[in-house]
Design a protein around this ligand. Structure first.
Ligand code: ADP
Ligand code: MG
Length: 462
């Protein structure tokens, strides 16, 4: 009965999610049963389960419901026997033992004879082992792992995007590093979009376009980092598009990164944009506190293997994870300086030492808190409406939170008193001044207010 429903709604799903998504994600699902409102599906990999649940979960639940099934939730269990990981692993081993005269080797030799292999060097430190996984990057990590298995091309291209310093380059190098050791038969090329353009321009100038084309067409796995760089660069874009198409047509894996989603890259030709979107697009979200702490702990452990005398006091890493922005590169820079400092002074790095030694980093990475955020957080905390916070009522239960919000706005933002007044329903700056004074007095006499302020400040700075 439930299975018949699934067969029926799959057709509706195809209409909702589109042919491509249907073939990639929905078709491989096997409904194994319905238990207590939970529909259980068998999937080939965890990654797939996560992906389907995130992207199509609601649609599936809705459709099952409307077909008369009492479903409230989906669950995905990995069907080990059909896992592609197992299916391809032995093959990968075999391939890597193939003697040097085999076909793929010849292809690499061709590439070499027509010019230098076009990739950029890889950073050996950027591996999957050194990549710390958390909620904000788990999908990107899973997709990268999948591609690094070097099995059948599952999604083409894999498009990774996210802000600066969130690990795009690290993941790409990790894929390339793993493939180069486990699949030395494959011609894996990693380069930045800027280097691609440079090589292209050079080939044009030296009249070696044929070589250029041949080299890139002989690649098995192509990775182009920071592709937003070629936006607006007409002929480079054009050539990139041809290279891209030639490789996709040969079923070669392509991995692209950018600092934003394909749809948001301006001055990119529409046909290129739509090709970039045609595979799997995953984003790296800004780091959260847990991930930052995880990265700091991992890197500290690694460093202590080399320098066992290093001693970092409890609470220092937590403090850094709390205070430093979402960019992992800044976090690493701070840690490197802390390590150097620790070995120079030759004693435990306390919180005070850390604050001193990183004063400039801490100042610039202070997140900008807005008056709006403060008003919302404070209203939430005291359970009043945002409109009341800004409105005219002067009863204590509303006026006090309003004064607290004014006080925090003065403390945590660089706004002037008149400016703050305007944001509180057009109040006069003397009203704000009075509010701020009042809270300053109350902080001393009323420990509840002091606690509330501390709590709010932490929540706002998180
Ligand atoms: P992006 O290319 O997105 O700008 P990178 O990949 O260059 O960022 O990452 C910046 C630095 O932060 C690198 O040194 C990288 O190793 C490190 N890094 C980023 N994310 C992680 C992570 N999840 N675990 C460990 N190190 C990370
Ligand atoms: Mg990068």
């Amino acid at each position: 009965m439930i299975n018949q429903s699934w067969v029926d709604i799959r057709e509706d799903l195809e209409a909702t999610v589109g042919k491509n998504n249907y073939v990639n994600w929905i078709e491989p699902l096997e409904l194994s049963g319905l238990d207590n409102g939970v529909a259980v599906f068998r999937v080939p990999t965890n990654f797939m389960g996560n992906w389907v649940s995130r992207n199509f979960g609601d649609d599936i639940v809705q459709l099952l419901k409307s077909s008369g099934q009492a479903v409230s939730r989906l669950e995905f269990s990995v069907n080990a026997a059909r896992s592609p990981k197992r299916a391809t692993a032995p093959k990968a081993e075999q391939v890597s033992e193939v003697p040097a005269s085999s076909a793929p080797r010849k292809k690499a030799a061709v590439a070499r004879s027509t010019g230098t292999v076009p990739g950029a060097p890889l950073d050996a430190r950027f591996t999957f082992d050194s990549f710390v996984v958390g909620k904000p990057n788990e999908l990107a990590h899973a997709a990268a792992r999948r591609v690094a298995e070097g099995g059948e091309v599952a999604f083409n291209p894999l498009f990774l995007y996210g802000g600066v310093g969130l690990g795009k380059t690290h993941l790409m190098h990790a894929i390339a590093n793993q493939l180069r050791t486990q699949r030395p038969d494959l011609n894996v090329v990693y380069l930045s979009a800027e280097q691609f353009m440079y090589k292209f321009v050079q080939a044009l100038r030296d009249k070696k376009m044929m070589d250029f084309k041949q080299i890139f067409r002989a690649v098995d796995i192509l990775m182009v980092d920071d592709v937003q760089f070629i936006a607006g660069k007409g002929s480079t874009q054009e050539e990139f598009f041809h290279t891209f198409n030639a490789l996709v047509d040969q079923n070669k894996q392509i991995i692209i990164s950018a600092d934003r989603a394909p749809g948001e890259i301006k001055e990119l030709e529409d046909r290129i944009r739509s090709r970039l979107q045609s595979g799997l697009v995953v984003d790296l979200h800004p780091t959260d506190y847990e991930l930052r702490l995880g990265i700091l702990q991992h890197k500290t452990e690694q460093h202590m293997l080399k320098d066992p005398s290093l001693h970092i006091a409890d609470g220092v890493l937590e403090f850094l994870a709390h205070r430093i922005s979402t960019n992992v590169r800044v976090l690493e820079g701070a840690l490197t300086r802390l390590f150097a400092f620790g070995s120079l002074v030759g004693r435990e790095v306390t919180l005070e030492l850390a604050q001193d030694c990183l004063a400039d980093v801490l100042r610039t990475s202070d997140r900008k808190i807005t008056v709006d955020e403060i008003q919302r957080k404070v209203a939430e905390h005291y359970n009043i409406r945002l409109s009341e916070m800004i409105g005219p009522r002067r009863v204590r239960t509303i006026a006090r939170p309003r004064q607290i919000a004014m006080y925090l706005a003065k403390q945590l933002t660089s706004r002037s008193l008149p400016d703050i007044g305007r944001r509180f329903g057009g109040r006069d700056h003397t009203t704000v001044m009075h509010g701020v004074k009042r809270i300053e007095e109350l902080r001393i006499s009323d420990s509840q207010i002091e606690d509330d302020l501390e709590l709010l400040r932490r929540a706002l700075e998180a």
